[in-house]
Design a protein around this ligand. Structure first.
Ligand SMILES: [Zn+2]
Length: 302
C-alpha cells in the first residue's frame, strides 16, 4: 500500500502574511481523504531523528546550536522561520519521515512524505525554510546501514538544491540531479552532479522535452537502487517565486513521467515535497495532490 508520512508537527506556526503556505500540510491529506484517494490507513507517523542520525550529515557545532537554541540572529535569519525548539523538533521528524519513506519504498515501490525536500540545508547551516537536509540524511543513513548502494536524487524544485550539492560533493554513491530556474535563488549554486538551468518562462513543452531527454539516460548511467524525487510545485506559472511557466497539466505529466520511469526500472522511489508558492493555495494543494493520485494509480491500481 502507499505509505505516506504525516504528522501534525509538519504544520509550523507562521505569521498570517508569511509567504510559506504552511496550511498545505493539512490541506493535502484532507483533500486526498475527502475524495477517497487514500484512507487514514495510508498514513504513518514519523519519529524524531536521533542525535547520531543528525550527525551523519550535519556538523556537531550546527546541531549543538540548534539543540541549545544558540544560533545567532544572523545564522537564524536565512532559515526564514522563527527559530524555536518546536522548529527543530519539526525538522527532526521531517527528516526521519523521509528516511522511513525510503525503507517503505523498498518494500512497496514508492512511499511519500507530506513534507520534506529541505534541500537548502547545508552540513553547517540552514537557509530557505530548511533546517535539516532530509534527503541527504536519509541517503547517508541508507548508505551507512547497507540499505542502498547507489542513490539518485531527482530534484525538480524550481530552486537549485544547493545544500544537496554541497553535502554530496564528495560522495560518489549519491548522484544529485537538479533542474531549476537559472535566474532564481540560490544565487550562488554549488555544482550538483548534473545541473540543468532553465530560462525564465520555460513552459510545458520545453520543460518536459529536457526532462524526457535526461532522466532515462541518468537512470541507465547511474544505475541507482534508490531514487529520491523532490516533486516541488514551484515550477507552476502561478508561482510567486518560481519564474517558470508550467501548467497544472504540465506538472502532472512531469510527475507521471518520473514515477513511471522509476516503476518501469524497478527502482524504489521516495517522494518528498519541496516548495510551492502560488498566490492561490489551492493551486499548490491541487498540484501536490496530483502527485499522490498518480502514485496510487501507477503503483497500486487494481
Ligand atoms: Zn523551491
Amino acid at each position: 500500500m502507499l505509505k505516506i508520512a504525516y504528522s501534525e508537527i509538519f504544520r509550523y506556526h507562521v505569521p498570517e502574511k508569511h509567504r510559506f503556505p504552511m496550511k498545505k500540510y493539512t490541506m493535502i491529506p484532507e483533500r486526498l481523504l475527502a475524495e477517497g484517494t487514500i484512507t487514514t490507513e495510508n498514513f504513518f507517523a514519523p519519529r524524531a531523528l536521533t542525535e547520531d542520525e543528525i550527525l551523519s550529515t550535519h556538523t556537531a557545532e550546527y546541531w549543538h546550536k540548534l539543540k541549545t537554541q544558540t544560533l545567532s540572529a544572523k545564522e537564524a535569519r536565512p532559515i526564514g522561520f522563527e527559530m524555536t525548539p518546536e522548529l527543530v523538533e519539526r525538522g527532526r521528524h521531517i527528516a526521519h519521515a523521509t528516511y522511513q519513506c525510503a525503507l517503505y519504498a523498498k518494500q512497496y515501490g514508492i512511499a511519500m512524505n507530506v513534507a520534506g525536500g529541505t534541500h537548502h540545508s547545508f552540513a553547517d547551516h540552514g537557509e530557505g525554510f530548511c533546517v535539516f537536509n532530509d534527503v541527504c540524511i536519509a541517503s547517508n543513513l541508507l548508505l551507512s546501514r547497507g540499505e542502498a548502494q547507489k542513490i539518485l536524487i531527482v530534484d525538480l524544485d524550481v530552486h537549485q538544491g544547493n545544500g544537496n550539492a554541497s553535502i554530496m560533493a564528495d560522495e560518489p554513491r549519491v548522484f544529485v540531479f537538479s533542474m531549476h530556474g537559472a535566474k532564481n535563488y540560490p544565487f550562488r549554486k554549488p555544482p550538483s552532479d548534473l545541473d540543468i538551468e532553465l530560462p525564465n518562462d520555460t513552459g510545458d513543452a520545453d520543460y518536459l522535452s529536457v526532462l524526457k531527454d535526461t532522466l532515462p539516460r541518468l537512470i541507465t548511467e547511474v544505475a541507482p537502487d534508490m531514487i529520491f524525487y523532490q516533486s516541488a510545485v514551484d515550477v507552476l506559472a502561478t508561482d510567486k517565486l518560481g519564474k517558470l511557466a508550467l501548467t497544472q497539466a504540465g506538472c502532472y505529466e512531469r510527475d507521471r513521467f518520473v514515477l513511471s520511469q522509476a516503476k518501469d526500472a524497478g527502482i524504489p522511489v521516495a517522494v518528498v515535497m519541496g516548495g510551492g508558492y502560488s498566490e492561490d493555495i489551492n493551486d499548490v494543494v491541487e498540484a501536490h495532490c496530483n502527485t499522490f493520485r498518480l502514485a496510487q494509480a501507477l503503483f497500486f491500481a487494481g
